[in-house]
Ligand binder design. Structure first.
Ligand code: NAD
Length: 502
């Protein structure tokens, strides 16, 4: 049996290991997940919410322990762990505790007049066994929010966390046990890509995948062999657009946070900064001042921690070198101590450089000038990605118009990143940033399949049944005219009424 080793990004020390799940263990977990499905999906939503609440309380009662594990797996600043991993997760659980019953309520629908004596409704059924495959950058939040959403919808869940953050996967498994979920309703498997593939071979009824574009494509390809429904939350290259009428000081602080939080290792990091030319010089001066103030380290109040792995620094270096080679100006030094990389500010970048085209996932702030709304929108939309975007202007109406013009799944006016943490709104990407939405009512709906039900209370033969006659043909012809022809609306209504009475 192989082990996953946990390395602390702060010092590259090995902090523990977790056994990789074997093929037999994975198969057994699927069998158990299917067996426990019947009882779980037949519970009232309120009863399922009881277990969500228990889980939420369990997380709260184990804060220090969770914080310590996440710190060791990711090296993130404590504030970030508490805010973006733990608080966000709990907020979303509570949102679904409070709103799932309303969102999943059976819904009456209209029935066309010619279906007389019929009525219709839509009910929502869970998929069955949902597999959640998650990345290392938010290993707690991105594992738990989709899992909990799938669970409250009546699915059972098999979660695979990232091989880079194995202790977090183990911790989640312990928390599930402590919270007292019914047996096998929520299970965890451990391993890397090959375990992910094994999960897909076990034919879950839906896959919720978060990770890179290339892996997402592999997942979708393999899932298509069994026509498994796949939701993909993939990478981003988010534009951060600053107009001359923006509050400059706030925009500068916004971009420093948006580009450097979690050391730039966020899917919704600000990765392309477009600034209106009239204010670009002042923007950059202020930016360089702000960047200097960022506290890099691993103390309780540090703002920027290490990169997850040394190799990530090499990838970033390649992008920066490519930019400089193609004419960008480097306004800071490329410096790192171990995995702690200092922020990099680039000026004179263009959309042809890798640093503006490929996902960077690091503390790089590439700045480019633009002239007016049209150019800003064209530059921002010139990307294969379309996850989040950030628009800065004191004219909110102008900001809203620009938001509508941007080809992104989400947009934040006069702020950055934290719109992903709003439980009430859907989140997801367009273009290569993904397929589907989670969060909000839409997120819950993505874990159920609607079933429409029609009930006929008629006791007589139906008009459309056999035998087909000349009279039936003529009635259908006049119905066509009534429904779609040019006769007056009152005439139509009368005819419909007469027909309905016959
Ligand atoms: P990754 O694609 O390398 O891995 C993600 C998960 O997929 C891991 O659990 C991994 O073990 C698993 N995996 C790898 N190969 C697989 C295969 N063939 N079949 C099934 N599973 C497989 O991504 P990562 O490096 O862990 O995460 C970083 C990426 O995630 C970035 O691109 C980032 O933008 C993206 N991300 C997106 C969002 C979002 O909401 N859109 C959020 C966070 C991260």
């Amino acid at each position: 049996m192989k082990d996953l080793h946990a390395f602390d990004p702060v010092d590259n020390e090995k902090k523990g290991s977790v056994k990789v799940s074997t093929d037999q263990e994975i198969e057994k977990k699927f069998f158990l997940a299917r067996t426990s499905l019947k009882e779980w999906k037949n519970l009232d939503i309120a009863d399922r919410c009881f277990f969500l609440k228990e889980f939420r309380k369990t997380v709260l009662n184990n804060l220090d322990d969770i914080l310590h594990t996440l710190k060791s797996d990711t090296g993130k600043p404590d504030v970030e762990i508490l805010m973006a991993e733990i608080m966000t997760t709990l907020d979303f659980i509570k949102y679904y505790e409070n709103n799932s019953e309303k969102i999943l309520k059976k819904e009456k629908r209209r029935t066309p007049i010619e279906f007389s004596k019929n009525y219709s409704y839509v009910e929502y059924q869970p998929y069955g066994v949902v597999s959640v495959i998650s990345p290392w950058n938010y290993p707690f939040q991105i594992s738990l929010i989709p899992s909990i959403t799938a669970l409250v919808a009546g699915n059972t869940v098999i979660l695979k966390t990232s091989e880079i953050t194995p202790l977090t996967g183990k911790k989640i498994e312990e928390l599930i046990d402590k919270a007292g979920f019914p047996q096998n309703v929520f299970q965890v498997v451990h391993g890397g890509g090959e375990v992910g593939e094994k999960i897909i071979e076990n034919k879950p009824d839906k896959i919720f995948f978060t990770g890179g574009v290339e892996t997402g494509k592999e997942v979708m390809k393999k899932a298509s062999e069994n026509l498994i429904d796949v939701e993909l939350e993939l990478g981003g290259k988010d534009p951060f657009i600053v107009f001359e009428d923006a509050d400059l000081d706030r925009a500068v602080k916004g971009v420093v946070y948006g580009s450097l939080a979690n050391s730039g290792q966020i899917c919704v990091s600000s990765e392309r900064v477009y600034v209106e030319r009239s204010i670009k010089k002042r923007f950059i001066e202020k930016l360089l001042e702000e960047v200097k103030k960022v506290d890099i380290g691993d103390s309780k109040t540090s703002e920027m921690g290490p990169m997850i792995r040394e190799e990530q620094i090499e990838l970033i270096k390649n992008q920066v070198d490519d930019a400089v080679f193609k004419g960008a100006e480097m306004l800071t030094e490329f410096e790192h101590q171990g995995n702690f990389l200092k922020p990099i500010v680039l000026d004179q970048v263009t959309n042809e450089m890798d640093v503006m085209r490929k996902e960077t996932f690091g503390p790089v702030i590439p700045v480019m000038g633009f002239e007016g709304v049209q150019e800003a929108v064209e530059l921002a939309n010139d990307s294969v990605y379309g996850l989040n975007s950030s628009v800065w202007t004191e004219d909110v109406e102008k900001g809203k118009k620009i938001a509508s013009m941007l080809k992104t799944g989400n947009c934040y006016i006069n702020d950055v990143v934290k719109n992903i943490g709003n439980p009430y709104t859907p989140f997801g990407g367009v273009k290569k940033s993904g397929i589907g939405r989670y969060h909000g009512p839409e997120g819950l709906m993505s874990f159920v399949e609607p079933k429409s039900v029609m009930v006929n209370r008629n006791k007589d033969d139906e008009l459309n049944w056999f035998p087909y006659t000349e009279k039936l043909y003529n009635s259908i012809e006049s119905m066509l005219d009534i429904k779609h022809g040019d006769s007056g609306i009152i005439e139509k209504a009368k005819k419909l009424f007469r027909m309905a009475k016959k």
